[in-house]
Design a protein around this ligand. Structure first.
Ligand code: CDP
Length: 208
């Protein structure tokens, strides 16, 4: 079974994906971490995310084993990730990693939950269940601010909101695999929902 969960930053994709994977005994992949891993490797090697050739070279070296680096969560990494995510050659390299994960989930799990921006549209168009998760920009910025403060990263709401909007615009506006709901995706707006309610709503749609 393959379940895809797409949507903008901090919409609640990761929390929902992890809970569905646990509940259904499926593997979980946060595809954003692959793009973040490319961004982080570039930054660590002193390379410029605007260098499409370097980004593509690095992307070909990134795999599932690169997703535990603490630096992946930094906002600078997120920004670099959005820049490299617009390069077709980067997406091509990471597409192979994601399709391989979906076809051969680790630990012999009977399927996978994958979250990202283009999973239901491009990576796994034949998925069994697709969700497009959204929430208002205000609430998403508030959630991301909380995450940052909990990690001890000093931040302010207006700045988080501005950066998030810039990233959303870039993700929605790019030519290759822009952020968009698949035609057959269930739309789930989590603005007024806590994680339990979002999980219950998604599970009800799957069971139906
Ligand atoms: O956690 P958050 O939602 O803020 O971001 P993420 O899921 O970690 O993704 C970081 C960046 O990677 C996004 O802003 C996208 O530019 C890119 N990405 C993508 O293009 N396609 C995906 N399937 C996943 C992420």
């Amino acid at each position: 079974m393959i379940i895809t969960i797409d949507g903008p930053a901090a919409a609640g994709k990761g929390t929902l994906a992890r809970r569905l994977a646990d509940h259904l005994g499926l593997a979980y992949l946060d595809s954003g971490k692959l793009y973040r891993a490319v961004g982080l490797k570039l930054l660590r090697q002193g390379l410029d995310p605007a260098d499409a050739g370097a980004a593509a070279r690095i992307a070909r070296t990134v795999g599932i084993g690169d997703l535990d680096e603490p630096g992946l969560d930094d906002e600078a990494t997120a920004k670099a990730a959005t820049i490299v995510a617009a390069y077709p050659k980067v997406r091509e390299a990471l597409l192979l990693v994601q399709r391989d994960f979906a076809a051969h989930p680790p630990e012999n799990r009977p399927g996978a939950v994958i979250d990202g921006r283009d999973i239901g549209t491009v990576v796994c168009p034949d998925a069994d269940h697709k969700f497009f998760v959204t929430a208002s920009l205000e609430i998403r910025a508030a959630r991301r601010l909380n995450e940052l403060l909990e990690r001890g990263v000093e931040s302010i709401h207006s700045r988080v909101l501005r950066d998030m909007k810039a990233r959303d615009d870039r993700d929605s506006g790019r030519q290759t695999s822009p952020l968009a709901p698949a035609n057959d995706a269930h739309l789930l707006d989590t603005t007024g929902l806590d994680p339990d309610e979002a999980f219950a709503a998604a599970l009800a749609l799957i069971e139906r």
